[in-house]
Ligand binder design. Structure first.
Ligand SMILES: Nc1nc2c(ncn2[C@@H]2O[C@H](COP(=O)(O)OP(=O)(O)OP(=O)(O)O)[C@@H](O)[C@H]2O)c(=O)[nH]1
Ligand SMILES: [Zn+2]
Length: 350
């Protein structure tokens, strides 16, 4: 397996490259993937191994690029992203998206079992995971530390509502093979969770399982055990890739209406049954939400969690689009994603 395949290069990516040839005439360009991005300084995985280059564009871990060879390698093309994991950048006066990773296939929401389950945090991270375009998973960590193990797992499975839940212990090795098997060849799993949740330990444990496969590439990087300093791709063997991210303290949503609708589908379904089409779901007569809250079919906490994220997204859009410019156009992110998916569909790709 060549080094690029270890970083997720497949026939599908090759076909995307042939659909999106480099922007400048550069016949000798070859495919590469951004392993780590520090502003414009990139670490790329190429067919020949790892390569450091500078880019003019802002790229993100997981991007697929075309790079020229020779003494002065340059990036001459970037594939449209089929999935983008993002949040609203914290503490900025102007609303701005922070891209956490591109072209991920699975997003593992990491939930440590050594502390109380934060359901709001789980829901919020699931919204972002769903919105990225990737398939969300829940990865419970530190199973060896929980005395209330069964209760917490059952609670998480219930709260995750149909999202697959993996229970792992990096310490004792439980659940690692199942999680490893879930990441197919050429797939990238991003791990998302608070600081200290056990992401790096999980990555190390998964690499440890497949040292014979990944050792060569890691040796080329000149580093020993994996420690997270930035978002970066880590091959775990057989073409499966992990994207480790440093712990995120907060997670403000960015442009995540689709994710919200997917995670809280049962709430958005209720809206259709309200008597008034413009029901604000507060105290209107015939409000299906209020009825569901009264009957207990919808929990107060879940409704408040939904409401908070919905208001957050509304306020973000008001700041992005002052009234005179407001329109119902699709966001650029979604337009690109739809275009990529549409194209793939027409080509009949799986
Ligand atoms: N007992 C036990 N401890 C674990 C396990 N996984 C992680 N830990 C411990 O939990 C602490 C945090 O683990 P990390 O892997 O550094 O967590 P992280 O999510 O990468 O944290 P950041 O790098 O800050 O984002 C460390 O002290 C680990 O030794 C586990 O499966 N069992
Ligand atoms: Zn209503």
């Amino acid at each position: 397996m060549n080094p690029l395949q270890q970083y997720g290069y497949t026939d599908r990516v090759a076909r995307l490259f042939s659909l999106h040839p480099p922007t400048t005439a550069a016949p000798a360009a070859s495919p590469a993937r951004v392993v780590r991005a520090d502003r414009t300084r990139l670490l790329l995985a190429t067919e020949q191994g790892l390569l450091r280059v500078r880019s003019h564009e802002v790229l993100v871990t997981g991007d697929w690029v075309a790079v020229t060879g020779g003494e002065d390698p340059r990036i001459v093309g970037v594939l449209p992203r089929w999935a983008v994991l993002q949040r609203k950048r914290a503490h900025d006066p102007l609303p701005e998206a922070q891209l956490l990773g591109a072209n991920v296939d699975l997003v593992g929401v990491v939930v440590p079992l050594d502390r109380a389950l934060s359901v709001n945090r789980l829901e919020r991270t699931l919204v972002a995971a769903r919105d990225s375009g990737a398939v969300p998973l829940v990865v419970l960590t530190k199973a060896d530390l929980s005395s209330r193990f069964d209760a917490v797992v059952a609670d998480t499975v219930e709260r995750a509502r149909g999202v697959e839940v993996f229970t792992t212990s990096a310490e004792e090795g439980d659940g690692l093979d199942d999680l490893r098997a879930r990441v197919g060849a050429g797939q990238t799993l991003a791990l998302l969770g608070p600081s200290g949740a056990g992401k790096s330990s999980l990555v190390n444990a998964l690499i440890g399982r497949n040292m014979q496969d990944t050792g060569r590439v890691r040796a080329g990087d000149g580093r020993g055990r994996h420690t997270t300093t930035a978002r970066e791709l880590v091959p775990i063997g057989d073409g499966a890739v992990l994207m480790d991210t440093p712990g995120l303290r907060g997670f403000a949503l960015w442009d995540a209406e689709d994710g919200l609708a997917a995670v809280f589908g049962e709430i958005e379904d209720l809206f259709a049954s309200c008597r008034f089409r413009d029901c604000a779901h507060d105290a209107e007569p015939g409000c299906a939400v209020q009825l569901a809250l009264l009957s207990g079919a919808l929990g107060e906490r879940r409704w408040r969690s939904y409401r908070k994220m919905q208001r957050e997204l509304e306020s973000l859009h008001r700041r992005q689009n002052p009234p005179e410019r407001r329109s119902h156009d699709r966001s650029p992110k979604r337009a690109v994603r739809d275009a990529v998916r549409g194209k793939e569909h027409r080509q009949g790709w799986g």
